[in-house]
Design a protein around this ligand. Structure first.
Ligand code: GAL
Length: 420
């Protein structure tokens, strides 16, 4: 960590706390919409509630169950349309701009200036949080999506090592099956299929291909030999999941790996929050390894809270306190220690973080240097909601229908690209 950045962070935090204390804000209530309801997620949210309460404000929970957040966003839409938005909602990526265009978001510039967010945040992240140059959202973390989670005992039982490429992955899966273990825990929901798919696309096609397909929506990448290979690998993976997969929640799939009933899972590092909440330790009970073929790359997923413009002055004060709390070093550390992600701001000491988080932090920097830091399309980091949804449905249709050919899937992908 650069010392000047650290000094700025400390100054910013001290200054903001001093200012907040001197204003002696009246206590208010913040209603927060989110979808963090699994074991590890709930522990992380508890940290935010605790710190907000320490500031004298109360948290009104508006949790909508459903990994990936599709249900939460539908509920949010109806609340905003009814003219009754919550103070804050888990909204990320380009969707922040989409909400901003509706002119319903708050202006957080005053808090941002006090805490010097511009100096603390990587520029790419800061830009996503702003609408028309003004902060309207606050980032909480950086998740890495391209992980493979492995139960160590399952490796021993199958007498194999963690795979590093696709050939090894399929060998390991085969041996786990012979040892009576479900090789791959999968939750059969479209967002989880899409999550696995983007990881396979990166692992098979590489970062440039990934960017051409999912960032630029280049029809020649979406319909290509490489994409056909990605689809073939994706389908082969399905052969190592169990019959109970359809409809299963992601954390239930993670629990199968935690118990050793299944050997592996493709999932972002929110899965680590589940291992930790179950009392398991990295390297001892489970391994976090880069998904096959992706060791130099990093698919990022930044969670954030967008804030809505409120009429009530006290509620607005509490909302600003929430924004300031999220950007505090104390919150960034406590939250991310539980969530499985890494802090987004500079200035947090990684010393208390486990090996997976330390690796993630190192990969974040290293992948950027080799131009292999890419946004998650499945986790709404890059495309407008409608495009993401169309791709997600096409991927899920292919996964769930063994008679659908790679050619048919690619035609659906290319159709998504065409209207742009
Ligand atoms: C992601 C979100 C993560 C995690 C996951 C499962 O979209 O970014 O923080 O919560 O969904 O719920």
């Amino acid at each position: 960590m650069r010392s000047s950045a650290c000094a700025r962070w400390v100054q910013g935090s001290v200054l903001s706390f001093a200012l907040l204390a001197s204003v002696a804000a009246p206590a208010g209530q913040v209603e927060v919409l989110h979808w963090w309801t699994s074991g590890g997620e709930a522990r992380s949210v508890a940290e935010l509630k605790r710190l907000l309460a320490a500031d004298g404000h109360t948290w009104r929970d508006f949790a909508v169950v459903g990994g990936g957040g599709d249900s939460a966003i539908s509920v949010l839409r109806s609340r905003v349309l009814a003219g009754n938005p919550p103070a804050a909602a888990q909204i990320k990526g380009p969707a922040i701009q989409e909400w901003g265009r509706l002119n319903v978001l708050a202006n957080l510039d005053e808090v941002a200036r006090r805490q010097q967010w511009d100096a603390q945040l990587p520029r790419v992240v800061a830009e996503v949080m702003k609408v028309n140059g003004r902060y309207a959202a606050v980032p909480v973390n950086v998740h890495r999506v391209n992980w493979l989670w492995i139960n160590r005992q399952a490796l021993r039982k199958a007498e194999v090592r963690a795979p590093t490429n696709w050939d090894e992955f399929f060998e390991v899966a085969e041996k786990m099956r012979k040892a009576g273990i479900v090789p791959l825990a999968h939750g059969g929901q479209p967002w989880q299929e899409f999550t696995t798919f983007e990881v396979v696309a990166l692992g098979v096609g590489g970062a440039d291909f990934y960017r051409r397909a999912f960032v630029r929506l280049d029809p020649q990448a979406l319909h290509s030999d490489t994409m056909a290979q990605v689809l073939a690998t994706f389908r082969r993976i399905k052969g190592y999941t169990d019959a109970g997969a359809p409809g299963r929640d992601w954390n239930v799939a993670t629990a199968m790996v935690i118990r050793g009933e299944a050997g592996m899972q493709f999932m972002g590092d929110w899965a680590k929050g589940e291992f930790l909440a179950a009392g398991k330790a990295p390297n001892k009970d489970f391994l976090c390894v880069s998904a096959p073929g992706t060791s130099r790359a990093f698919i990022f997923n930044v969670d954030s809270f967008a804030m809505f413009r409120l009429k009530d002055a006290q509620a607005t004060q509490a909302q600003h306190a929430l924004a300031a709390t999220i950007m505090s070093r104390e919150f960034q550390e406590a939250f991310n220690l539980n969530k499985g992600s890494i802090p987004v701001g500079t200035g947090v000491d990684m010393g208390r973080f486990d090996l997976c988080a330390q690796e993630s932090s190192a990969y974040f920097v290293a992948s950027n240097m080799v131009n292999a830091l890419v946004p998650s399309v499945a986790h709404k980091m890059v495309q407008p909601d409608a495009v993401e949804a169309a791709l997600r449905e096409a991927v899920a249709a292919y996964w769930n229908n063994d008679r659908m050919s790679a050619e048919q899937a690619m035609q659906r992908f290319a159709a998504v690209a065409r209207p742009r």
